[in-house]
Design a protein around this ligand. Structure first.
Ligand SMILES: [Zn+2]
Length: 153
């Protein structure tokens, strides 16, 4: 488990996120965001449920699903559908960098800060006659632990 405590300003930032998205600020939603941010990786709904229990919050799984859906609809949370079964992984889409790299097997999450991506996306927009205003990209992949053999070149 993470040993870092959730700083109060993170809670305020999350309240701001919910307000901006035009949905009501509720404790279960704030708690959900806190769990995902502290995990530092993408989690399944069941793992989120376990984290709630570990923190002493008995939130029904159905409530977690309802709030995940709501937060996904507003774009605050990104959902990654897994190939092999009906499970999904969830991560906060507003963290650190607009480019996220998620392992589809174990949920490991990396934020990518590569200026080449911004340059490329700007170029793509320009070619279409658009001015880029922002972006969020999730790269779904397999990490080296889950798919050994893909060594960095
Ligand atoms: Zn992995």
């Amino acid at each position: 488990m993470s040993t870092t405590t959730h700083p109060p300003h993170a809670q305020e930032a999350n309240m701001h996120l919910l307000r901006q998205a035009g949905i009501s600020i509720t404790l279960p939603r704030l708690e959900l965001l806190r769990v995902l941010q502290e995990a530092g990786k993408a989690l399944t709904a069941h793992q989120i449920y376990r984290c709630h229990l570990d923190a002493g919050h008995d939130v029904p799984l159905s409530t977690i699903y309802v709030n995940l859906k709501r937060l996904e609809d507003t774009g605050i949370i990104h959902r990654i559908r897994l190939d092999n079964d009906s499970k999904s992984l969830y991560c906060v889409s507003t963290d650190a960098s607009p480019v996220r790299l998620v392992c589809k097997q174990c949920g490991q999450l990396l934020w990518v800060n590569d200026p080449r991506i911004a340059l490329l996306l700007e170029q793509v927009c320009q070619d279409k006659g658009y001015a880029l205003q922002g972006y969020g990209v999730t790269l779904e992949a397999n990490c080296q632990t889950c798919a050994p053999g893909h060594l960095p070149s």
